[in-house]
Design a protein. Structure first.
Length: 238
């Protein structure tokens, strides 16, 4: 989607108000933040061949209307990691690692349709979760996924349910194969779309449903080095 010049002009004026105030990378370099013990879970790779990233609820909002972020990255396959709260087994933050460089600042990930008129310091825009899970994939994966799912709908008819008929058994199988920090029903899945070069990485969204921000980390050269999807604010004062 082409972002309007008017929107970009508005964004340039309030961009600094939307920066992350915390060093999100610490969730992956420190073993403890504010007395919360963390462990890193490797969720495998995701193919971002177009450089355009989509983050959304895979059960409720993964469709042709999903928007990619206006910030784009170099096409490649990238590792995905989850920062997990040890005691609660909740996924507090998920990281797409784009390079090995350390981030120096964090810009909010945006899709170019946000209403920017009344932004204040500390505000954020994000994506809704209504089914307790989120995902990350390439924008071009959407079309392949929809084509694949259309075939399932044809065979299942009106009774088709994306969770029950597609992901439930796969999530449970993945939990048996990789049980660490997963319930018996499964809390993450690296799903390869059949007859496609693309995949979708699904993961638990912290405490469940809500509205969650994502941030791009930028290195010393002002290049994107990571994307962080924040479900639980590890840095908040009690």
């Amino acid at each position: 989607m082409q972002v309007s010049k008017e929107w970009l002009e508005k964004y340039s004026k309030i961009k600094n108000m939307l920066k992350a105030q915390d060093n999100l990378e610490e969730a992956f370099t420190k073993k403890e933040i504010n007395d919360a013990k963390l462990e890193i879970l490797d969720l495998g790779e995701v193919n971002i061949e177009s450089g355009k990233i989509v983050v959304c609820d895979p059960l409720a909002y993964l469709d042709e209307e999903s928007l990619s972020f206006i910030q784009e990255i170099k096409p490649n396959k990238y590792k995905v990691f989850a920062g997990v709260l040890e005691d609660e087994e909740r996924y507090a933050i998920v990281k797409l690692q784009i390079s090995n460089k350390a981030p120096k600042y964090y810009d909010l990930a945006l899709t170019g349709v946000e209403e920017l008129e009344h932004v204040e310091d500390g505000d954020f825009f994000g994506f809704p979760v209504d089914a307790g899970m989120a995902c990350i994939c390439d924008y071009n994966a959407l079309n392949d996924f929809i084509k694949f799912e259309d075939k399932l709908i044809e065979s299942k008819g009106d009774d088709y349910n994306r969770y029950d008929d597609l992901f439930a058994a796969l999530l449970e199988d993945n939990a048996k194969k990789y049980p660490k920090y997963q319930s018996e029903y499964g809390d993450w899945l690296n799903f390869n779309i059949p007859e496609s070069k693309y995949n979708i990485v699904l993961f638990q969204s912290g405490y469940g449903d809500g509205f969650y921000p994502s941030y791009f980390g930028y290195d010393d050269n002002d290049e994107i080095c990571a994307l962080y999807i924040v479900f639980i604010d590890l840095f908040a004062d009690d």
